[in-house]
Design a protein around this ligand. Structure first.
Ligand SMILES: Nc1ncnc2c1ncn2[C@@H]1O[C@H](COP(=O)(O)OP(=O)(O)O)[C@@H](O)[C@H]1O
Ligand SMILES: [Mg+2]
Length: 362
């Protein structure tokens, strides 16, 4: 069998640059080398495409020194739509070398430009096939306001809340404070497009509401305020179908908060105590079936492509509320999405193959 050439693309301009680089370390170590010829391409924090070394260990997750893409002076040149599919690299002296004809790009990027439809549009324009979310699902899911519109329209429950534009808050804060009081004694304030819990606050009894708005508006001009949903945080991995089939859902995993008031940045990435990822979650078969069905429906509601992690709140009486979808969820071998699929019978390496194959033979 001829090997397919896969460009593993990582790093990027977003605040999640290092997490993306750590994911690349995991993927480079596990990708099926019998099947795929791999070209690692990094995006520096300034947005330059550089040829990276194929050395997984360089990108290992290490709290002391987070992995990153450094500018080594090379520049990767993507193929033109009407030409060959040859990927080339320019050395600092300007000389170029052919790297191979690209079959598919595997973008392992989070946040700005990587997970919001921008890089997806770039590859659509270049006519380079890529794995994962497309333009529309990426853009919709990166914006929590539009995610909720799309889910609600499909009859999927979301947290009650309001969306507040900066100008509205500045023009009439008293009116907004009154609307927030209607949402209940505890609310969450969060920027529409941030991730990794950056800018998210829990506000009790209106205390520090102004402060929460200030923090959220530092990230985005659009801020959501939601009723706090009391419930378990349960997440399901979805992979696009193969051969025209329906999307597939993994077993659910759970974010268990033992001593933290919510799943904040420190708990997610800084090894903060009080958070555990439990996979598979301790839930009965009926709930598994309902979660999987709702996850696939949520994926379809946003025109999902490739993959997504669908994050739920499950209330004490078993109601399912979708909090958000991530079109490029954490993908290190220790992240929820891979763990859910591993619990469902795939290996990490199989999962990478599945993701690539859904792009090559959708
Ligand atoms: N309406 C809500 N009710 C209860 N907890 C919430 C609510 N919204 C957010 N949270 C908590 O804040 C965390 C981060 O919010 P989330 O909307 O998932 O943003 P991010 O995109 O940054 O992950 C969630 O994992 C959850 O712990
Ligand atoms: Mg989240």
């Amino acid at each position: 069998m001829d090997k397919q050439t896969v460009v593993v693309l990582f790093g990027g301009r977003s605040s999640e640059h290092s997490i993306s680089s750590a994911t690349a370390g995991g993927v480079l170590a596990a990708i099926d080398r019998e099947r795929y010829a791999v070209i690692p391409v990094g995006i520096t924090r300034d947005g330059a495409f550089v040829l990276e070394q194929d050395e997984p260990a360089r990108f290992a997750l290490d709290a002391a020194k987070m992995p990153e893409v450094v500018d080594n002076g090379t520049r990767v040149r993507w193929p033109e739509p009407d030409g060959d599919r040859m990927l080339r690299v320019a050395a600092p002296d300007g000389s170029t070398t052919d790297l191979g004809e690209v079959d598919v790009v595997l973008p392992l990027l989070h946040g700005l430009h990587g997970e919001d439809g921008a890089i997806q549009g770039f590859f659509d324009v270049l006519e380079v096939p890529y794995a994962g979310g497309g333009i529309l699902d990426s853009a919709v899911c990166l914006d929590k306001h539009f995610t909720k519109l799309a889910l609600s329209a499909a009859g999927i429950a979301v947290a009650p809340g309001i969306t507040v534009r900066r100008h509205a808050w500045e023009a009439d804060p008293e009116n907004i404070r009154a609307e927030v009081r209607e949402l209940g004694p505890v609310v969450f304030v969060k920027p529409a497009t941030a991730g990794s819990s950056v800018g998210v606050s829990r506000v009790e009894d209106g205390e520090r509401l102004d402060e929460a708005f200030r923090i959220a508006f530092a990230e985005d001009d659009k801020v959501l305020v939601e009723t706090r949903i009391a419930g378990r945080e349960i997440e399901v991995g979805v992979l696009a179908g193969r051969d025209g089939g329906r999307a597939r859902a993994s077993l659910p995993g759970e974010v268990v908060l033992t001593s933290r008031s919510f799943y904040d940045f420190e708990g997610k990435y800084l090894g903060g105590e009080g958070v555990e990822i439990v996979c598979p979650a301790d839930v009965d078969d009926d709930l598994i079936a309902r979660l999987q069905d709702a996850a696939v429906r949520a994926f379809e509601a946003v025109d999902g492509r490739g993959l997504a992690r669908v994050d739920f709140f499950v209330t004490a009486d078993g109601e399912l509320i979708v909090n958000e979808l991530n079109t490029m969820p954490g993908f290190t071998p220790f992240s929820m999405f891979p763990k859910c699929w591993i619990a469902s019978g795939l290996t990490y390496s199989d999962l990478i193959t599945e993701l690539i194959e859904t792009a090559l033979c959708p």
